[in-house]
Design a protein around this ligand. Structure first.
Ligand code: DLL
Length: 433
């Protein structure tokens, strides 16, 4: 795959230049937030910090954190830093509970977003000759429009299909000659299932690259998607609060996702909210450096990652974040053991004969937590005897017990029987809440 750098001047800045930009922009964004957003003025006053105290990027440690709840408390537009007339677009992410998280963009914010998505798609080899099939949802969710404007900025041909209607997606993928597919990894898996069911010949499909994100996925899943769809699969990361997709992106080297540091200042913090050195795992925190509509200082993502500053062979100099495998708030505590859904997925993917479709159902019987892992059988095993299936089920349970350190009930399900999502997959049903 060709290594295309969309904006070499910005993407290959020296570390000193990046530091200078970050220091300058951090001063400016702190001032904007303090002067225009009462929430930040109150928070900074409470900490005794003034905008003029912020001189270099390192001074970020004096600034207050922002939490998702702060966005909810200021719903819908309370954190906007410009008058509403200057906001040209609003997006929102649906939370599992209550009100959505809202983000507002000025025209300049949208232009920056298109540029950063163009940089990101270029990392996956997208160029002006590409045909980009966008199957992320269009609407308040940032995936569809984010990928759309980025691909247009490159000059590629965009097919704005949005999510859903899998049958039609297959037809369009083939007929319009898509070379890149942008959707969630779980939806890409559904498309691969559907293609196999239909007996589609992969040689009739022109796809070369997948730009997958919006939910955690594993290296195993990357392998599977690459083999099944005959593509190179790339990881794109982002969140509504920062902008949407395109905050960070995998490159051909596959050694982490470059965070576009001229627009975002990433930090990793530990459980005491203290910054940790490069290479140490912790919670990702971002500050928007150039956002006008809704600047956020030290936004706590609850995504677990680490940062790597070592030079990358692709030539980009921006720091890399390790792929997000889990969120701190996804962690299930089962009989006192901390379990991440991604660990269960990893364990399941080691066993042949089961499809990578699964659901984890957590319940409480009396005072005991129970876990049932429902997993689909591979189509090739449908004719197997009850005895074979019992053996498989025991094998899965013992693999889980040794990898995840909890005992689980295993339920084998018919292929295609677990609910499919067109956007982010819902893997956990926790009935204890
Ligand atoms: O999911 C934005 C997006 C759209 C990213 C399309 C990539 C592609 P939200 O709905 O606000 O925004 O969800 C943000 O999703 O904090 C992570 O927990 C998770 N997430 C996003 N990208 C990845 C990824 C969009 N590549 C939340 N790997 C984030 C793992 C991801 N988790």
């Amino acid at each position: 795959m060709e290594n295309i750098i969309f904006n070499p001047a910005a993407e290959t800045l020296s570390r000193d230049e990046i530091h200078a930009i970050q220091s300058r922009e951090l001063q400016k964004v702190t001032r904007r937030a303090y002067d225009n957003v009462p929430f930040y003025r109150r928070k900074m006053d409470a900490l005794g910090v003034k905008p003029e105290d912020i001189k270099t990027a390192e001074d970020i440690k004096y600034l207050p954190f922002t939490e998702k709840n702060d966005l909810r408390d200021n719903y819908p537009f309370g954190l906007f830093a410009v008058p509403r007339e200057q906001i040209v677009r609003v997006h929102a992410s649906s939370g599992t509970t209550g009100k959505p998280t809202v983000a507002g963009y000025t025209q300049n914010d949208l232009d920056v977003w298109a540029e950063l998505m163009a940089r990101s798609l270029s990392c996956a080899g997208v160029n002006k000759n590409s045909v980009v099939h966008v199957a992320y949802g269009y609407g308040l969710f940032t995936g569809g429009l984010g990928a759309h404007y980025g691909a247009e900025k490159i000059g590629a041909t965009v097919i704005p299909v949005s999510g859903g209607n899998t049958q039609r997606q297959l037809m369009l993928l083939k007929d319009f000659g898509a070379t890149a597919l942008a959707c969630t990894p779980s939806y890409a898996m559904n498309l691969a299932d559907a293609m196999e069911r239909e007996g589609m010949d992969m040689n009739e499909i022109a796809l070369q690259a997948g730009v997958f994100g919006a939910e955690p996925w594993s290296e195993h899943m990357r392998d599977q998607l690459e083999k099944r769809l005959h593509i190179k699969a790339f990881d794109v990361y982002g969140l509504t609060e920062m902008m949407g997709p395109g905050v960070a992106m995998d490159c051909v080297e596959r050694c982490g996702l470059h965070v576009w540091e001229d627009h975002f200042l990433p930090e990793i913090i530990d459980e005491n909210l203290k910054g940790v050195p490069y290479g140490t795992e912790g919670e990702l925190v971002f500050t928007t450096l150039t956002k006008e509509g809704m600047p956020l200082l030290r936004y706590r993502t609850h995504d677990l990652s680490s940062l790597d500053i070592a030079p990358c062979a692709c030539g980009r100099t921006h720091v890399r974040m390790r792929r997000v495998k889990a969120r701190t708030d996804d962690m299930l505590i089962i009989r006192g053991v901390n379990v991440f859904p991604s660990q269960i997925e990893h364990s399941l993917l080691k066993i042949s004969g089961i499809a990578p479709q699964y659901q984890i159902v957590v319940d409480r019987k009396g005072s005991l937590d129970t876990v049932e892992v429902q997993v689909e059988l591979d189509r090739t095993l449908i004719g197997d005897t009850v005895r074979d299936l019992e053996t498989l089920s025991k094998k899965i349970a013992s693999q889980l017990a040794s990898d995840v350190l909890i005992s689980c009930q295993v339920k084998l399900c018919q292929p295609g029987s677990l609910p499919r999502s067109e956007g982010k997959a819902k893997r956990v049903i926790d009935n204890r809440k």
